[in-house]
Design a protein around this ligand. Structure first.
Ligand code: CMC
Length: 428
């Protein structure tokens, strides 16, 4: 129990509000009684100063560049855990025992296939459809196929959770196969999670895909690094949609849609497009940075800047190193890595970026790895979604089990016209 309070003075009156302290000493003024005691609300577009929940899943110290999942540093998890161990940790709160992990893997393997009728959806989508559009639609459609996992009172939602984790890589790979006109590949349950995804992406009925351990581990690390990031745009979307007691599949589909935007997960695709523009001679790196500084929207430095990090994003540090190591091992797009490193160097030595504390974020180097391992550019954000799925699920589940759980419903300050007189259509 905290005894600390904050005093607010409004129009000659004083009001006391409790101060809440988190386990990492973050502080918040608890304004839940603000409107009922003062008649006022807070206005905070973009929610940069507003906490929407208490959460025990992920901690970020943006000033110091620290990220932890359930108290474990991201560096430790990325180096030592598998993606499914990370998923278990995020969703259920502890690292799994051997039996728990084996059970999770077994259950996932039982559900990797799609219902044969879902496969028919794919033929209805245009070949040029963006895979994020397809994935969001198919994930939403799972509610129609698994109504038994859509009960609003089921706060554990284990059946739906397993099916989502198992099927999203299949859904994603099918969207790619459809876009290039190849037959959809079935999952191979003797393979591990990321390997299975690679197999479904790159094998064909006439040719196996040879899995390179360093490639699948690099992909695994990328998925781990994307697995959760507390109350970002897509996670807040998942929580908001889920707060109406919308089912797990509907909430995840909304999360995928929110992630797609170029200011969020869609930035990884935009970064590679930016690096390729520079490679193709659309101005030098210096020139590009100058245009970004001038506020030219076509030259925003994608993969740079973050709402929370005012320091180097720790995920970007790890990815940059992985990127170098992987390219050393398998060769490939080192020119793009050189351009990215040049852009970074110019930006970090520039007052504009220094003053605004803009550093590379998770999306800056990830696309170079994806590209090196053969993932097509329009699938980059889908990979982000596969990685983020455990985080969305964990946050959805935590919200549904929270005693403070209420439907999400922000307020507003109305600034439109008042007391207008209605005129019939012919008199206007
Ligand atoms: N290039 C050039 N200027 C920038 C950039 C950038 N990438 N990012 C921020 N700024 C400037 C911005 O113009 C503003 O300048 P001023 O104070 O003169 O108006 C200042 O820095 C503060 O930026 P902001 O837009 O108010 O910051 P925000 O917290 O609202 O936005 C952001 C954060 C991530 C949307 C933004 O930095 C951005 O657009 N970055 C590029 C897109 C990107 O890489 N997104 C991925 C984010 S990390 C992964 C994820 O969440 O999916």
């Amino acid at each position: 129990m905290t005894t600390e309070t904050a005093t607010l003075h409004i129009e000659g009156d004083s009001y006391e509000f409790p101060v809440i302290t988190g386990t990492e000493n973050e502080k918040a003024v608890d304004l839940r009684k603000l409107r009922s005691t003062t008649g006022m609300i807070t206005l905070d577009p973009g929610f940069a100063n507003s906490g929407a929940c208490r959460s025990s899943i992920t901690f970020i110290d943006g000033e110091k560049g620290i990220l932890k999942y359930r108290g474990y540093t991201i560096e430790d998890i990325a180096q030592k855990a598998t993606f499914l161990e990370t998923a278990y940790l995020l969703i259920y709160g502890t690292l799994p025992t051997r039996d728990q992990l084996d059970d999770l893997k077994y259950q996932i393997k039982c559900h990797t296939m799609l219902h044969e009728d879902i496969k028919r959806f794919y033929s209805g989508f245009p070949k040029k459809a963006h895979p994020m559009a397809v994935c969001s639609a198919v994930v939403g459609a799972l509610s129609a196929f698994y109504p038994e996992f859509t009960d609003p009172d089921d706060t554990e939602a284990d059946g739906g959770i397993i099916r989502l984790l198992a099927k999203l890589p299949t859904i994603a790979a099918c969207s790619y196969k459809h876009s290039i006109g190849q037959p959809i590949m079935y999952p191979m349950n003797n393979l591990e999670y990321t390997q299975n995804f690679m197999q479904m992406m790159f094998a064909t009925p006439c040719e196996d895909y040879e899995i390179d351990e360093s490639v699948s581990r690099a992909l695994e690390i990328l998925l781990i690094l994307h697995a959760d990031h507390e109350q970002n745009c897509s996670t807040s979307t998942v929580r908001l949609v889920g707060s109406s007691q919308a089912n797990l599949f509907a909430s995840m589909s909304a999360g995928i849609s929110a992630l797609w935007g170029p200011l969020h997960g869609g930035a990884n695709q935009k970064v590679i497009e930016m690096l390729e523009r520079i490679e193709d001679g659309d101005g030098s790196a210096e020139n590009f940075v100058e245009r970004a500084k001038a506020g030219d929207d076509t030259a925003r430095l994608m993969g740079f800047g973050h709402r929370v990090y005012k320091n180097y994003d720790p995920r970007a540090q790890i990815i940059k190193k992985e990127c170098r190591d992987l390219l050393d091992k398998i060769g490939g797009q080192s020119k793009l890595l050189e351009i990215a490193m040049k852009l970074e160097e110019i930006a970090l030595n520039d007052d504009y970026f220094a003053q605004r504390k803009l550093y590379p974020n998770v999306d800056f180097y990830s696309g170079i790895i994806y590209k090196a391992i053969g993932i097509p550019v329009n699938m980059f954000t889908v990979l982000f979604a596969i990685g983020r799925l455990p985080g969305w699920i964990a946050q959805w589940r935590e919200m549904r089990q929270d005693n403070d759980f209420r439907i999400g419903r922000p307020r507003q300050i109305y600034v439109g016209p008042v007391n207008q007189e209605f005129k019939p259509v012919d008199e206007r």
